[in-house]
Design a protein around this ligand. Structure first.
Ligand SMILES: [Zn+2]
Ligand SMILES: [Zn+2]
Length: 263
């Protein structure tokens, strides 16, 4: 099993710290063979909405050139890929598809954070306490996976951040999500940042054990994503190793690689 991580943020999303180079140095120290940068995607909104958790469109070129410089500089020590963490926003998908191709990204991963567009400000991490919003979350996850654009689904159990009970409705929606992921052959991410949060705060939000038992039963493939918002998250082996241990205990099949675009 190679040690890889395709879920890495940068300071441009305004809620991550450190320089791009510090993430690379931390990943080398942490023993990663390959990492991918996947900062929160910019979108070209058709309103004057300004998001506060993602880079702006005008910052993208700097993001790209910075990562490309590091890729070359450290090529003998680590393999570096460039991507983005993107939502599924139906009205902007045509733009996203074009953008990804035009910018020659290696991959994108699917962070199903908001319904329709963050212009509506419905964050699934809170909203899914409501059964209808949980269904919307799963509907969006399925529609997004269907596009074939995303290398994997990030924190699939994000909805457990809302304080939901893992009741029959939750269970039923988990099966829907996992079965679709299996059908479209999309790996599910076991999220390192969430695991760290759970362990530090002695809570269980995501990753949520019952969800992963269902994923195992359905026959999904898991991938570990650190979701690094600080360089330290890559240098520190604790949560990667705990994630590996948890997944091995569950017995779910595990991958260390993703599918890259062939432009
Ligand atoms: Zn995310
Ligand atoms: Zn993320």
């Amino acid at each position: 099993m190679r040690k890889t991580n395709y879920h890495t943020h940068t300071y441009r999303c305004m809620h991550a710290g450190g320089s791009d180079e510090e993430y690379v140095l931390a990943a080398i120290k942490g023993g990663y063979e390959e990492i991918g940068f996947s900062d929160h995607s910019p979108w070209r909104y058709d309103s004057d909405f300004v998001a506060h958790m993602r880079m702006s469109l005008s910052q993208f070129d700097d993001y790209y050139s910075s990562i490309m410089t590091l890729k070359e500089k450290y090529k003998d020590q680590i393999s570096i890929k460039i991507g983005l963490e993107c939502e599924y926003f139906p009205k902007y998908m045509k733009w996203l598809k074009q953008f990804v191709k035009e910018k020659q990204l290696d991959y994108i991963i699917f962070g199903n954070h908001y319904r329709e567009s963050d212009e509506l400000r419905i964050y699934y991490g809170n909203a899914c306490i409501d059964d209808d919003e949980l269904r919307n979350y799963v509907d969006d996850a399925i529609e997004g996976m269907k596009t074939g654009l995303y290398a994997y689904l990030c924190h699939p159990d994000l909805f457990m951040r809302s304080g939901r009970k893992f009741d029959d409705t939750t269970r039923e929606q988990c099966y829907r999500l996992c079965e679709a992921a299996k059908k479209y052959q999309i790996p599910l991410e076991y999220n390192g940042a969430g695991l760290e949060f759970n362990m530090l705060h002695r809570v269980e939000e995501y990753p949520y054990h019952e969800f992963w038992k269902i994923a195992k039963e359905v026959g999904n493939t898991a991938i570990i994503g650190i979701d690094a918002h600080t360089p330290r998250a890559l240098a520190n082996p604790t949560y990667y190793e705990q994630a590996l241990h948890n997944l091995e205990t569950i017995g779910i099949s595990l991958t260390d690689s993703i599918r890259f675009f062939e432009h």
